[in-house]
Design a protein around this ligand. Structure first.
Ligand code: FDA
Length: 389
């Protein structure tokens, strides 16, 4: 059987690519349904792009690589597509756009676009073997127990990263990239909660507050959530992409607060109020209770010297912690790293040394922040390859 193009992976990038690839295109996926990560994304509402998506929101060994594709298929292009399909959406926060209805609307939209382009979709199909031929590639596929050989001129790697293996994530794209001489950078779970092996935050599980979270490389002002096993919430997921084992993180528990002034004023007006009671007016009271031994909180406001209040605020704005690790690929939203962009054209996503071989989406060493950026990369890189084919 012959196709012009075979796209491995019917996820966000693969479906987008199929919608734009000309000629006879075939998308294969080992899953029973296409776009499973889209379906579960954004709590079932899919944070499908971000109003502020820009190259600065992506990590890669080559931070310039994503620029061309992101410029040629922007968030506005995707918003226009969503609008054309009558899908209602809203901005939640920080430019993050979500469906008003269900994430499955986005999957249906992509399927529709792919059907209009005339691409075929084989689900429950695994790749048994791939090799180079004179005119392209020859694939041996296992389609629900049936062995099939498919020849194609173009082969697109769109099988994503390693996050959430339970959902069928595999390292297939990396294996094929290596087979054809492309490099693969170090891969790590990213957008992932931190763990603390001593379970120290279990008493705070469920407490959430806005923080400033930083390390030497990055800083995010978003919410932090204490969990039984450690720390989660948007600020933590964001910083996890910039964190390495053994490193310390700094939590500002009072970002944008003028706590020192407030404590001084209350010392005048309500000197007999317990320090912990006053702190509980600014921070979650369970957190204040938790911090009593660590920060030696005791006495009334009137008992606190200026120096003591200054020292307290300094500690609250720079609480140092060293996570033991992360929750790993089991819960990571994305994989950091991937197919080395050195070997790919930034305009077309085609391998420079292997004509006809393309890599798109999360499989490539381009990783977005939390907030719709990873889908925007999937759409943009899928479009770049699709229109180049
Ligand atoms: P994707 O993972 O979408 O697709 C890969 C496809 O390849 C899958 O269909 C898979 O079955 C198939 N495949 C894998 N191995 C195969 C093999 N060996 N043989 C055949 N097929 C194979 N991003 C965002 O921007 N906004 C959001 O709201 C969210 N939310 C979110 C929630 C959760 C829980 C997760 C895990 C992730 C997100 N993300 C996200 C990230 C986003 O889902 C992700 O970056 C994109 O889906 C990547 O698109 P790809 O097409 O590259 O891979």
């Amino acid at each position: 059987m012959e196709f012009d193009t075979v796209i491995l992976g019917a996820g966000a990038a693969g479906l987008m690519c199929a919608a734009h690839a000309g000629g006879r295109a075939l998308v294969i996926d080992h899953a029973r349904n296409p776009g499973e990560k889209i379906r579960i994304s954004g709590g079932g509402r899919c944070n499908f792009t971000n109003l502020y998506a820009a190259p600065e929101n992506f990590l890669s060994q080559n931070p310039h690589f994503c620029k061309s594709a992101l410029a040629r298929y922007t968030q506005w292009d995707f918003i226009e597509l969503v609008g054309r399909h009558g899908i209602a959406w809203h901005e939640k926060t920080l430019g993050q756009l979500f469906c008003d209805g269900k994430a499955t609307q986005i999957v249906a939209m992509l399927r529709d676009e792919m059907d209009k382009a005339g691409a075929a979709l084989w689900l429950s199909t695994a790749l048994a073997d791939v090799r180079r031929t004179e005119s392209g590639f020859s694939l041996t596929l296992d389609r629900e127990g049936d062995r099939k050989t498919v020849d194609c001129r173009n082969l697109v790697l769109a099988t994503g990263g390693k996050s959430i293996p339970k959902m069928g994530a595999t390292g297939l794209a990396y294996d094929i990239a290596r087979q054809f001489g492309l490099g693969v950078t170090e891969t790590r779970p990213a957008l992932v909660p931190f763990t603390f092996s001593d379970g120290r935050f279990a008493p705070l599980a469920g407490v959430s507050l806005p923080v400033g979270l930083s390390n030497a490389r990055a800083s995010f002002d978003e919410a932090l959530l204490f969990t039984h096993r450690g720390l989660s919430g948007p600020a933590v997921l964001q910083l996890s992409s910039y964190w390495r084992e053994g490193e310390e993180i700094a939590v500002n528990l009072i970002p944008g607060m003028t706590l020192l002034e407030a404590l001084r004023a209350q010392r005048q007006q309500a000197g007999r109020r317990a320090l912990t009671t006053e702190l509980g007016r600014h921070l979650p009271s369970r957190l204040v209770e938790y911090l009593v031994p660590e920060l030696g909180l005791s006495g009334n406001l009137a008992d606190q010297s200026d120096a003591a209040l200054e020292a307290l605020c300094a500690r609250l704005s720079d609480w140092r912690l060293t996570p033991s690790g992360t929750e790993g690929y089991r819960t990571a939203e994305v994989t950091l790293g991937g197919i080395d962009t050195d070997g790919l054209s930034s305009r077309t996503m085609e391998a420079k040394e292997v004509p006809g071989l393309f890599a798109i989406g999360e499989a490539v060493d381009v990783t977005g922040w939390l907030g719709g950026y990873n889908f925007q990369w999937a759409w943009a890189s899928g479009y770049a390859a699709g229109t180049a084919i």
